[in-house]
Write a protein that binds this ligand. Sequence first.
Ligand code: ADP
Length: 401
Amino acid sequence: MTEATRVLVLNAGSSSVKYQLIDMVDGERLAAGLVEKIGERTGRLVHTPHGAPSREAVQTFPDHSSALKAVAEELAEDGHGLDSPELAAVGHRVVHGGKRFTAPTVITEEVLTEIRRLVPVAPLHNPANITGIEVARSLRPDLPQVAVFDTAFHTTVPEHAARYAIDQKTADQHRVRRYGFHGTSHQYVSRATARLLGKDPAEVNVIVLHLGNGASASAVAGGVCVDTSMGLTPLEGLVMGTRSGDLDPGVIFHLHRVGGLSIDEIDDLLNRRSGLLGLCGDNDMREIIRRKEAGDQDAALAFDAYVHRLRKYLGGYYAVLGRVDAIAFTAGVGENAAPVRAAATAGLEELGIVVDPELNSVRSSSARFISPEHARVAVAVVPTDEELEIAQQAFALVREG
Ligand code: ADP
C-alpha cells in the first residue's frame, strides 16, 4: 500500500492563495505556488514544480474555488493530483483561533463553526481561510483538513500580559484581549534557535523578532510564549511596512472628531498607509536603506523610528524574561537587512548583546550566529519556514489520529 507522507499547505488570503506540497519523509518541496488577484479581471497563477522551471498562467479567477481548482490541475500535471493516495492531509493556515484553539486541529463541522464565530475579530483574514477550507474539502472530502492557527503559540501568554487595562466586562463581551499573530513562525524560529544552540527548547529563553512586511516580537521562555507584540489585531506593536504599530488610542479619537476621518478611513490609514510607508513613502526596507545611504532625510527617519521601536521591545522582553539566551532575527527584513540588525543591537554590551560586524554582513540562507563565540546572549539569524511548520504540525496530528 502506498504510504501517505505528503501534506498540501494552503495559505488563503483575501485575494490570493499560496501553497506548497511537502513530502514529510525528507521535507522536500514537491511544488510551490501562488494564485494572486483572485476576483479581479486579470489573475495570475505561478506554479513551481520541484527542480523544474515555473509555469505561469494569466487568466481570470473569479473566486477561491476556481483558483484552487486551477492549483489542483497544476499539481495533477506533475503527477501530484489531489486524488493522490500519497496525500496525508491538507494543512490550512488559519489566522485567528481565538482563545479556544491552542494547538493544530482537525477540521470538523463544529471547528469550522467556531472559526466562523471568530470572523468579527479577524474580518480580513478568517473569511478567506474558511473559503480555502471549504473548497479544499469539496475537492477531496475524505482527506483530513487540519487548521494551524497563527494565534495558537501565543495562547500561553499569561493573563496579565494578554489583558488590556479596560473594563473587563466590556472586554469579555467583545472578546477584546491580546491574541498575537505570526505564532507559527515564532514557534518554528524559537525551536530552531534552540537547535542552533545545541539545546532543548525547554532550556532556553529566546526573543524572536519576526520582521517581514508585518512584524512582531515575542518573548519565549523555555519553549513557551510569555509575551508578544501584536494584540487583538495585527496592528499593535512594532513599526511595520504599512502598519503604524503602537500608538496613543487618543490619535484615533482625534482623527475622527477633529480631523473628520471616518472609522473606516482611520482603519485604512493605520493598516495600509502608515508604518514605513507613512513615514517615508516606501515600505520596502531595501529601498529605505538605499535612500538613507544616499542622504534622504525621510528614509533616515523611517529607519530610525523602525529601529527605535524594535529596541524598545527588545529591552522590554529582556525585562520580561529576566535571562535571555538568544535573540533571533527572522523574515524578510530580519533575515536580510544587516543594517537593521546592527542598529537594533548597537550599544547593548552591558546586556551581553554584541553583534560581530563581519558575521552580520555574511549573506546566507542558513541559520547562523552573528554574535561572537562565547557571547552572553547569542544573536542569530534564523530563516523562518511557516509552511514546513504547518505541514509538520498537520502531519503529526493525522498520524497520531
Ligand atoms: P511578508 O511575508 O510579511 O509579506 P517577508 O517576510 O517576505 O514579508 O518580508 C518582506 C520584506 O522583507 C520586504 O518588504 C522587504 O522590505 C524586506 N526585504 C527583503 N529582502 C531584503 C533585503 N535584502 N534587505 C532589506 N530588506 C529586505
